[in-house]
Design a protein around this ligand. Structure first.
Ligand SMILES: [Zn+2]
Length: 79
């Protein structure tokens, strides 16, 4: 298992997520972010604004995903 934080996925806090792959981590991060949205957490709303800018460009988004994948593959914190 790999450990990745919400912030490392572009989120607004440093909660740790455990996943087997970057896709799985992204899914967990999304679920967590949705929960934080329901609580109107400002840090996550701000982070989402930034992500929205990123997602407006497919190329930027692809680069970001590649970046996250490389990052998660290199994580030292294998569990
Ligand atoms: Zn978070």
């Amino acid at each position: 298992m790999k450990k990745i934080t919400c912030a490392e996925l572009g989120g607004g806090c440093y909660i740790s997520l455990f996943a087997g792959s970057v896709e799985e981590a992204a899914k967990q991060g999304q679920e967590h972010t949705m929960q934080m949205f329901k609580q109107r957490d400002k840090a996550h709303l701000d982070a989402a604004e930034k992500m929205k800018t990123l997602m407006s460009s497919l190329r930027k988004m692809d680069n970001w995903m590649e970046d996250r994948r490389a990052y998660s593959n290199n994580l030292i914190a294998e569990r």
